[in-house]
Design a protein around this ligand. Structure first.
Ligand code: ZN
Length: 289
């Protein structure tokens, strides 16, 4: 079985593959290496004909704190890996390198995982922040523990939302706007009420509940599962999901470029409490003068 630095891949039951985020010391924050390891684990599960269902789980009290903002040289980090999309220009000047990086690493990988032709189930506990949403939303089914919390701080950072802007598809247009405008955390119960989460269970039962469902799904013929998934995904896609998300992604790049011009960084630090900005390694908030 392949071993990774930040990911565990295991087969807890016949026909079930389980990918576990295992970078607990940083609350499963995602840097370039982490994301490529996760992608490789998905590839292993997807390409193994014995595996019918893939679980995405996380060790530690929190599912994921999102992208690792401490990674300062993303271009160099990207050079250490073989890219999996067809985009290029990762070292180019201007806005091009950032767009290339986010196209490959964020919306590109998320879309890739969303289209894996096998059922995927996310098991989410604790905090699931920004980039964390981009790991669970591409999954077909989401099981949350009662303590799970979902949040996107992007508008506080001066950006329209995370790179994989699936919010309206996940929670409906009005709630998506409230979620983005306020940056309030959404509870597991609320996410369940809105249909973003399939089931909410006590934390102690999260992994067993998820595995039981995976085993039930794994009893079905894989080709039928694959076609069922493709059928539902096609419904979203003919409604314009991909085109809408690509438009949101372009606006996300505009926001990064805007922030670079104004603050010399990709994010606007002014919307964050000073202690949060400091924790995230961002500059002190600008004065409004
Ligand atoms: Zn971005």
């Amino acid at each position: 079985m392949k071993t990774f630095d930040h990911i565990i891949y295991e087969t807890p039951s016949e026909h079930v593959g389980r990918i576990v985020l295992n970078r607990v010391q940083t609350r499963n924050s995602q840097d370039t290496h982490f994301l490529y390891e996760l992608n490789e684990a998905f590839d292993i599960a997807a390409q193994d004909d014995e595996i019918k269902v893939i679980i995405l789980a996380a060790n530690g009290p929190h599912f994921s704190s999102g992208h690792d903002l401490r990674e300062r040289n993303g271009v160099e980090a990207l050079k250490q890996h073989r890219t999996v999309g067809t985009w290029c220009g990762f070292s180019c000047a201007g806005a091009e390198a950032q767009m290339s990086r986010e196209k490959e690493l964020y919306i590109g990988l998320c879309e890739r995982w969303r289209n894996i032709p096998k059922p995927t189930i996310a098991a989410v506990q604790g905090r699931c922040i920004m980039g964390g949403l981009m790991l669970v939303w591409p999954c077909d089914i989401i099981i949350a523990s009662e303590d799970a919390q979902f949040v996107d701080y992007a508008t506080s950072f001066g950006v329209n939302g995370v790179e994989y802007l699936a919010h309206p598809w996940e929670m409906g247009a009005r709630k998506a706007k409230e979620f983005l405008f306020t940056c309030d955390s959404m509870s597991a119960a609320e996410a369940h009420r809105l249909g973003m989460v399939n089931h909410v269970v006590p934390l102690a039962q999260l992994q067993d509940f998820t595995l039981t469902m995976a085993k039930k799904i794994a009893m079905k013929p894989l080709f039928a599962l694959k076609l069922a998934k493709e059928s539902v995904n096609a419904m979203e896609d003919v409604q314009g999901r991909v085109a809408a998300m690509n438009t949101s992604f372009a606006m996300h790049q505009l926001a990064h470029t805007h922030n670079l011009k104004l603050f010399n960084m990709l994010l606007d630090p002014s919307g964050l409490p000073p202690e949060t900005a400091k924790t995230l390694g961002l500059a002190a908030p600008r004065s409004n003068s």
